[in-house]
Design a protein around this ligand. Structure first.
Ligand SMILES: Cc1cc2nc3c(=O)[nH]c(=O)nc-3n(C[C@H](O)[C@H](O)[C@H](O)COP(=O)(O)O)c2cc1C
Length: 339
């Protein structure tokens, strides 16, 4: 979860419990709380040296916290300008897996070569998985994904769906999982990870019964003691109701699910705070059309600022207990009431 929501502490804690803890590479250069020394030669390079060093350091710190347990993954958006440099940073940091969303990571196998790292693309349809597998098998020596995340429209953050598809039963996770599982089976034994709107043990089992082999949760892990955001971010989740959660089009050109607040209210009044592009972080960015910089406001949110852009899943309003990661993992594995 970017920017700065899942960093080393959260990812390392999830892995320490035997899960896959994923840290978000995007914006880490600004969001990281670790000391990140960069030397002059690195600073002169044009590929976002600070962000790159932050990904290395945060991955190493997450692995240290995991202490040999679970899996530490790095999530890198395909649309990010410094995609290749961030993949190299994840490898340098020793990541066990690289997870890629916001586009199909066609060149990923070429970038990692024969390094021992699991490659996990995110898709929102069976068709996308087919295109990716066709491309990889043709151009990358028959390499296939080690797993695939299928994310439905109830997820937090950016969504791979149009407004019309969001509530359409044909695009709900329960409809997508069997299609993606069938497609994955055509290519071999690719485990499918279901994401978006998973709340508890029961939800996970519903998806396992449809063929998913794992689930990915975002929203619920924000309300953990170890989640790396400012307490003000968690407070917004704890205080929000179902009507506070809405969709908006972001400068990335996709719909994003967010908590209503002063920032969206200002946009709705036609007031835009003005911005300067510091990062050129997304190749498809239309910030000059929508008149705000999403990286700036996501970073504001990670710091708990009023004018932050608070990504959230449809379940955000159900978050009421701040739990340690180990207790949340236990409840997910055993059920809420089990002891
Ligand atoms: C605050 C927040 C930030 C997110 N940022 C990213 C991101 O940077 N990259 C990404 O691939 N997914 C991102 N997501 C999506 C999550 O990785 C996850 O797949 C999704 O939220 C799962 O649905 P859930 O929130 O209902 O559990 C984000 C989600 C949230 C809530």
């Amino acid at each position: 979860m970017g920017v700065g929501v899942s960093r080393w502490r959260l990812a390392g804690s999830v892995a320490a419990c035997g899960g896959m803890g994923t840290l978000a590479a995007q914006g880490l250069g600004q969001a990281s709380d670790l000391p990140i020394p960069i030397d002059e030669a690195q600073a002169r390079r044009r590929d976002d040296p600070h962000g790159v060093r932050a990904v290395v350091r945060e991955t190493q710190a997450a692995l240290q916290r995991a202490d040999g347990r679970g899996i530490v993954a790095v999530n890198i958006m395909v649309a990010i300008t410094h995609f290749e440099a961030l993949v190299a940073a994840a490898l340098e940091g020793g990541a066990d897996a690289i997870v890629c969303g916001a586009g199909l990571p066609l060149k990923l196998p070429t970038l990692v070569g024969d390094r021992d790292v699991a490659l996990i693309p995110m898709v929102s349809s069976a068709r996308a998985l087919r295109s990716l597998c066709r491309y990889w098998t043709t151009f990358s020596d028959g390499r296939l994904p080690d797993a695939v995340v299928v994310e439905g429209p109830k997820a937090g953050g950016h969504l791979g769906f149009s407004e019309a598809q969001i509530d359409d039963p044909a695009f709900q996770l329960e409809a997508l999982v069997p299609e993606v599982v069938a497609e994955a089976a055509r290519w071999g034994d690719i485990p499918v990870i279901a994401a978006g709107g998973v709340w508890d043990h029961q939800d996970a089992w519903t998806l396992f019964d449809l063929g998913a082999r794992a689930v990915q949760l975002g929203t619920r892990f924000v309300i953990t003691e170890e989640c790396d955001v400012d307490p003000g971010f968690k407070q917004r989740y704890l205080a929000c109701g179902p009507d506070d959660i809405t969709l908006t089009r972001t400068p990335v050109g996709l719909l994003g699910r967010v908590i209503r607040g002063p920032l969206l209210a200002a946009f709705e009044r036609g007031e835009f705070p003005g911005f300067k592009c510091h990062y050129r972080c997304i190749s498809s960015c239309v910030a000059h059309e929508v008149r705000y910089c999403i990286a700036d406001h996501l970073l504001d949110a990670a710091r708990g600022d009023e004018m932050g852009f608070y990504f959230v899943g449809t379940n955000g309003w159900r978050c009421r207990d701040l739990l340690p990661v180990a207790e949340l993992m236990r409840r997910l594995a055993e059920g809420e009431a089990a002891r």
